[in-house]
Design a binder for this molecule. Sequence first.
Ligand code: PLP
Length: 381
Amino acid sequence: MLQNYARYPLVVESASGCYVFDLAGKRYLDMISGIGVNALGYGHPRIAAALAEQAARCVHTSNLVYHRYQGALAERLCAMSGLDRAFFSNSGGEAMECALKAVRSHGRSLNPRKIRLVALENSFHGRSFGALAVTGHPQYRRLFEPLHPEVTFVAPNDEDGLARAVDEETAGIVLEPVLGEGGIYPLEDSFLVRARELADRHQALLVVDEAQCGLGRTGRPFAFQWSGIRPDLVVAAKPLAAGLPLGATLFTEQAAQSIPVGMHGTTCGGGPLACRVALEFLAVMEELLPHIREVGSVLRAGLESLAARHPVIAGIRSKGLMFGIQLSVPGHPILLRALERGLWLNCTHDTVLRMLPPFILTREQAEEAIEILDQALADLN
Ligand SMILES: Cc1ncc(COP(=O)(O)O)c(C=O)c1O
């Protein structure tokens, strides 16, 4: 194995609903859901049925031909997002690459110098070269530089900074409506509206990366929908095929014109198995939206009550079922204590505990998570 991952001391042997079980049969409440991927938990009967049936019928076709589910999924995602076209790939990073290629091609078609990008400090868009270039964490980029040299980073929610950064050489503005890996920082609606206005004024494309915050996670199908804007490009991934690799790049009709026939593609992306399961995921997710908002409020209230009792909690940031618990101390020891007590969450940056629980989390399970976290925090004293 490459030594790139720093893993937690947990071997997952099996899983069911919102719980995973280790080799000894010990149970853990999963509040990170495979970093937002297992949004319907484990063994969801509708996902399991779609998987089994399609696995027996046809898993892969390549994109040389049509199959029944890709167009249907594109139509569904376009209806949900208000965009017009879809391209399917295998990951968030790959979906981002497609968006960045569309932006470059769009800019160059207007002016050869119009290739600049504006992105956010503290953002995360993936590990490939293009996605890394717009990722606002210098430590992820440093070893691999030089990357795309034409990126200006702006502080999240700094509208004046954004206005200063965008000009006639800007081809695209890239945003995460809720910065996920960065520690769960929701962007203000007014910032997204301003980004839309600036993109329009300078003929730039607005790219919204919803790999982590999209597809129901914030209580609406897409997080950008809270602000009322319509982006030119939307990136979706993680939970889309409920654990099978699938990414989607959504385009307005105008943005789609930047990628002519033959100018982009992938072998495995958008196969019949992944697309069929994704259609089932979207149907279940839409039914769960009111529940996501409700259990999100329960968890938020519980975390606020913990913050009132534990001074190491400096603040809670959340939107729907995305939570960042800002600590004044390193999070890793707390995470390990929680794991010992049967609660699995994650640390993003040193001092932020992150929760991305499954959408099917019950009120009782939310309370169980708060209780265990309370004990793990108390263990510190
Ligand atoms: C906002 C965002 N974009 C892109 C990615 C990259 O996705 P993937 O790991 O599927 O390539 C991630 C992964 O965490 C993400 O959070």
